[in-house]
Design a binder for this molecule. Structure first.
Ligand code: NAI
Ligand SMILES: NCC(=O)COP(=O)(O)O
Length: 344
């Protein structure tokens, strides 16, 4: 099925020793039943042939240019080749892992910015494998913003949104050690994050006036400063500023009572102050179908919510539902994504 944008989705290789390659093969094999939009993967065609053979999957693989991907998708898994031979075995990253994973992201972003792909969907990377290779960004989210800045010359603040029908969450601070969270939190960061969330939920998700619930940092949202001053001095003024701009924001709300079913019915997205405050509830409620979306970029990027799962890589046990949800959501969002020229 060709996405409404008329363009295929660009799926990255991710960590080749992780579950991304086998999920990619599995999703292509079941593409019709799953109604997945046409995609191509950026990687090494021979690596995908070998992995299909290893897993006993009957998946023809064809090396293509992005422009041929939609026409190829019905017959074979389209692979836009990188100039890197990928040799990593399941569960065992090797010297080809980081260069191939990074080159694949770069190529997918170049394609979406050049209008060859409708959106970028990323397979999981192992962050520590990339760090060991000298990769300087904490994760995809920050790297994609850097690539967007290089392409547009415009400052880009990326926002991580984890999306599911049950719950949507945004960690205001993203990949940060817990000890650094308080130092990084600021009124300006919360306001800018809230603005991007409100704008992108309206423009891309079609929620006319998104309701933002903003979590406190401290137990009981600080008890008026008695259990931490940040909620009173940083979060509350940021919420007031967002409201003064016409954004439907409430908070700071105690985080421990923000995620039960009745509370969730009262908002479209919860802005949380740090990574695990946001990701624990959504991975508890929707691990198998949650989608990671990067807001604030001049293109659509989605990803499954899980990581590389080295413990089950190569066993065929990995569940592809989150990747399927990421592909379907990417096609939906890119159908009414602003163009590069109008974004930001
Ligand atoms: N978007 C990305 O690139 C992400 C990358 N990661 C990376 O993944 C690596 C491993 O992270 P972990 O915290 O261990 O999380 P993980 O999600 O890889 O694994 C956690 C547990 O869930 C299971 N699991 C994960 N995905 C599954 C699937 N599709 N089907 C069945 N079971 C599944 C795994 O087997 C494991 O037991 C880290 O290096 C991290 O940086 C983690 C999250 C997102
Ligand atoms: N825990 C989510 C995560 O680490 C994904 O990060 P990113 O690589 O999408 O920036």
């Amino acid at each position: 099925m060709t996405p409404a944008s008329g363009l295929p989705l660009a799926l990255t290789l991710g960590e080749p020793a992780g579950i991304g390659p086998e999920l990619t093969l599995d999703v292509w094999r079941r593409r019709t039943a799953l109604h997945v939009p046409a995609f191509y993967v950026v990687g090494d065609p021979d690596f995908f042939r070998d992995r299909a053979r290893m897993l006993g999957l009957d998946v023809p693989v064809k090396s293509v240019a992005a422009a041929e991907a939609c026409a190829t998708f019905d017959r074979a898994l389209p692979v836009v080749p990188l100039d890197i031979q990928v040799t990593a075995q399941p569960g065992v990253p090797d010297g080809s892992s980081a260069p191939a994973a990074i080159a694949s992201i770069r190529r997918a972003v170049a394609d979406v910015l050049a209008g060859r792909a409708g959106a970028v969907v990323t397979n999981p990377i192992a962050k520590n494998v990339l760090y060991r290779s000298g990769f300087a960004e904490p994760g995809h989210t920050e790297f994609l913003a850097k690539l967007a800045e290089e392409a547009t010359g415009r400052k880009t603040q990326p926002v991580m949104l984890l999306w599911s029908p049950e719950l949507a969450v945004v960690p205001v601070t993203i990949h940060l050690p817990l000890k650094d969270v308080v130092g990084r939190l600021s009124k300006a960061l919360i306001i800018e994050t809230g603005r991007i969330v409100a704008r992108d939920l309206a423009n891309r998700f079609g929620i006319a006036r998104p309701r933002l619930a903003i979590a406190g940092l401290n137990p009981h949202a600080g008890e008026n400063g008695a259990l931490g001053e940040e909620d009173r001095d940083i979060v509350a003024p940021a919420v007031a500023a967002l409201r003064s701009e016409g954004i439907d924001a409430v908070g700071p709300l105690p985080a421990d009572t923000l995620f039960h079913a009745r509370a969730r019915a009262g908002y479209d997205v919860a802005l949380c102050m740090y990574h695990d405050q946001a990701l624990i509830p959504i991975k508890t409620l929707a691990f198998d179908h949650g989608v990671n979306v990067t807001l604030g970029l001049p293109f659509v990027r989605t990803s499954p919510d899980h990581g590389t799962a080295f413990d089950i890589a190569g066993t065929g046990k990995a569940d592809a539902s989150s990747l399927v949800a990421a592909l379907i959501l990417a096609a939906r969002l890119s159908a009414h994504a602003p163009t590069l020229a109008t974004a930001q």
